[in-house]
Design a protein around this ligand. Structure first.
Ligand code: ARG
Length: 243
């Protein structure tokens, strides 16, 4: 009897504990300030707080995993991670492979150069080296609009795994420009000797991504985003990270 009671107690305790401690593995690429970046060994940023806030409302914990941007979707599909929050633009091609939540942020592309380099937007149309992050919409734009159309030799597009390396190479004069999301370019102008010389209007929307067979998780995330939009928390995060 006592044994049975103990067993039942332990079992219910286990059920209660597990019900409150779902942990989702969240993939990101953390060289994308202010959306995701590492400071003193900690993952910080708008996206990181966003997913944690959704977790608070919806009752899950997150474990952040940093990986190269172009391996995020494969990692979702193979089940190595549950969620991608990475300033990831909702594109038709990606939406064929994974599901996206409702948009939570909008962005365009920017052309970033060294400060006082004298370059303007024509930097893109010469014999200059243009840096991008592999697999991003910046990479896609440069490939489709410059390389494929013959404005830029394919040897002059330099692909990086992280924006930290791209910006370092820009400052060291190993490349002449970087094409990247405008909010992130803006942030780099505040921390590094670089400036924006042009905006490319691409009208991108960021979404959180999950594997296609996880509609429940998708609904949970959508509800979380809508709630945070309603209760003003997203606006708070925008002010915290963009002012
Ligand atoms: N928005 C762009 C894209 O989806 C760039 C995202 C890069 N994100 C990152 N965490 N490095 O392709």
């Amino acid at each position: 009897m006592a044994k049975k009671f103990l067993l039942v107690t332990l079992l219910s305790l286990f059920l209660v504990v597990s019900a409150f401690s779902i942990t989702y593995v969240v993939g990101t690429e953390a060289s994308f300030p202010p959306f995701e970046y590492v400071e003193k060994g900690e993952f910080l940023g708008f996206d990181i707080e966003l997913i944690k806030e959704i977790g608070k409302i919806k009752g899950f914990d997150v474990e952040i995993r940093d990986m190269s941007f172009d391996s995020l979707i494969p990692a979702l599909i193979s089940g190595n991670i549950d969620i991608v929050v990475a300033g990831m633009t909702i594109t038709e091609e990606r939406a064929r492979m994974v599901d996206f939540t409702v948009p939570y942020f909008s962005a365009n592309q920017s052309v970033l150069v060294r400060k006082d380099s004298g370059f303007n937007i024509t930097v893109l149309f010469g014999k200059n080296k243009i840096g991008v992050q592999t697999g991003t919409t910046g990479d896609l734009w440069v490939t489709e609009n410059l390389v494929d159309k013959g404005f830029l030799s394919k040897n002059n597009i330099v692909r990086y795994d992280t924006f930290n390396f791209a910006v370092r190479d820009l400052i060291n004069k190993n490349i002449d420009a970087i094409v990247l999301d405008n909010p992130v370019a803006e942030r780099f102008t505040k921390t590094d000797p670089v400036e924006i010389v042009g905006i490319i209007i691409t009208n991108e929307n960021y979404g959180i991504a999950v594997k296609k067979d996880r509609k429940d998780l998708l609904n949970t995330l959508n509800e979380g985003i809508l709630e945070l939009q309603k209760n003003g928390k997203i606006d708070e995060l925008v002010i915290k990270y963009f002012q």
